[in-house]
Structures are given as C-alpha cells and as structure tokens.
Design a binder for this molecule. Structure first.
Ligand SMILES: [Fe+2]
Ligand SMILES: [Fe+2]
Length: 139
C-alpha cells in the first residue's frame, strides 16, 4: 500500500485539478520512499531537499492554476482559498529551511502534518469549488 493513496472521495469533479492532486500525492510518496532508500545522512539531505523542492514547485504551480480559474470565473470564496494556499506555501518553505539547516533527517511528524494539511484542504476547500465550476461548464 502507498503512503498516500488517491480514492474517489478526493474528487473535486474537476478533471484537471483531480489530475494535479494525483500528481501531488505521487510527489508526497516520492519524498516518503526516497527517505527510506538513503544509506547516509548526507544522501538523505540531498535527496530530500531535491524532492521537497520538486513538491514545492508543483504545489505553487497547482495553487496558481486553481486561483487563476477562480479569478476568471469570479469565485466567491477566492480570497479565503488563496489565503490557505499562501499559508501552506509558507509551511512547506519553513519545512524545507528547517531540513536544510538541521543536523537530523527529515522530521516525520512535520512531514505528516504537511500531508494531513493538504488532504484536509482538498477534502474541504477544493471540493467546495466543484459544483461552482461545474455550473460554469468546467468539468
Ligand atoms: Fe486549493
Ligand atoms: Fe488543490
């Protein structure tokens, strides 16, 4: 079983964003698996940094894509949604910094926190826009 698995309960009813979310899950799984493959702290630091940067870049890309569509279609909850995105990017950046400066390997509780946060965001915030976008003809 994967660390982070997709199921239909995650569906926002918007195909492109469901695809993005699946890719995000894959990136989380990559971080998780690579950490266990490492044989030295040095290797762990390098690989984890690389994988976290990849995750952060994708998160930024995905959040912007959602926000652009929201602006385009005048989504009423745009500001609250964007605010959550902003605080998540700050958390991931923070985590990346901590990992870079720390002498220990990836902090598992913090990593779990990032995973739980994005899960909740998809299940609550992202699912809120499905019906609204569907009504505007976006599937
Ligand atoms: Fe979102
Ligand atoms: Fe999303």
């Amino acid at each position: 079983m994967e660390f982070f698995e997709w199921d239909e309960g995650f569906s926002t009813k918007i195909q492109r964003f469901d695809d993005d979310h699946k890719k995000l899950l894959t990136l989380f799984n990559n971080v998780y698996h690579r950490v266990f493959e490492c044989t030295s702290l040095e290797e762990e630091r390098e690989l984890t940094q690389h994988t976290l940067v990849e995750l952060l870049d994708y998160v930024k890309y995905h959040f912007s894509a959602e926000e652009e569509l929201m602006i385009q279609l005048d989504y009423p909850q745009y500001l609250e949604h964007k605010k959550e995105h902003g605080s998540y990017i700050a958390e991931v950046n923070n985590f990346l910094d901590q990992h870079k400066q720390g002498t220990a390997a990836l902090s598992f509780p913090t990593f779990m926190f990032l995973k739980e946060w994005i899960t909740k965001h998809i299940l609550v915030r992202d699912k809120e826009y499905g019906q609204f976008f569907n009504d505007k003809g976006i599937r």
